[in-house]
Design a protein around this ligand. Structure first.
Ligand code: SAM
Length: 269
């Protein structure tokens, strides 16, 4: 099966991963991981790994990663990057649909399950609730699930579209039900979640231990061309972003938010 993401896979790194905004937003996620992950080798399951940028980063920190994605094209690119950079031993890959993850076969448990940059926005609330159960089952006692998700409102986005008198797009994220997001020439169903909704969907298996905005001052990546000629301004926004990452309420208004959930399972269970 070919997915909408297969069609953008070959341009994804150019357009997002190596774009100045995408790279700065990703660095915020990596800073969070650096500051909060324990200082030992972890077994990590990555969901919706895309072109493998995070899997390679985590392998570079000494962890073992099983990286999964629905798009075979994304995985093929990720494999070739991992091989080229010498991480083939530390990263294995598996094609896996988040909507069908309960039927996937995993032969071990994980310290961390991680999903970056909106892969979780590709599933509806019912699949998200099922995912919380699967993730809980796949985690070791007191394991963590960290997701980076697009919230139901983004201040940057509303200001940008309102400045173009585009009311419909200014508040598109808050629509009930899926929003058709444009991916090159394809459209993908996208669900936006408030941090409170994610907390509710995961609350029977997890407790929240961290929440921070990713892209409150830093803009959404589709503004890359505007900021290309304004790198000084972007760097200033980046520095301001560093000073507000403890202000968790801004997660409701940012491009993405990072939510860190700890499994309620203890080693005695
Ligand atoms: C915006 S990209 C993020 C990729 C990567 N995590 C990153 O940080 O660059 C979203 C990814 O989610 C994957 N995806 C979309 N729907 C999915 C699904 N139902 N199951 C698994 N992966 C999915 C896409 O193939 C794509 O690689």
């Amino acid at each position: 099966m070919t997915t909408a993401f297969d069609h953008i896979a070959s341009d994804y790194d150019n357009d997002f991963t190596h774009g100045s905004i995408g790279a700065l937003q990703r660095q915020k996620v990596w800073d969070y991981l650096e500051n909060t992950l324990p200082d030992r080798q972890l077994s990590i399951l990555e969901l919706n790994c895309g072109t493998g940028e995070d899997a390679i980063h985590l392998a570079g920190k000494g962890h073992q990663v099983l990286a999964t994605d629905l798009s075979q094209k994304m995985i093929t690119i990720a494999i070739s990057k991992a091989e080229k950079l010498g991480f083939a031993q530390q990263i294995s890959f598996l094609q896996c649909d988040l909507n069908n993850i309960a039927n996937a076969v995993f032969t071990k448990k994980f310290d961390l399950i991680f999903s970056n940059f909106g892969g979780l926005n590709c599933i509806d609330a019912m699949s998200m609730q099922n995912l919380s159960k699967v993730v809980s089952r796949l985690l070791k006692p007191e394991g963590r699930f960290i997701g980076v998700i697009m919230p139901a409102f983004c201040l940057w986005e509303s200001v940008y579209f309102l400045s173009k008198f585009d009311i419909k797009n200014a508040f598109r994220r808050s629509k009930r039900g899926p929003v058709m997001a444009q991916l090159d020439k394809q459209q993908v169903e996208t669900w936006y979640y408030t941090p409170a909704r994610i907390r509710r969907l995961f609350q029977s298996e997890f407790q929240i231990t961290g929440l921070c905005p990713i892209g409150f001052f830093l803009p959404p990546s589709y503004l890359e061309s505007f900021f290309k000629k304004r790198s000084g301004f972007l760097n200033t926004l980046d520095r301001i972003e560093d000073s507000i990452n403890a202000w968790s309420f801004l997660s409701n208004y940012s491009d993405h938010f990072l939510i860190d959930l700890k499994s309620n399972k203890t080693s005695s269970e």
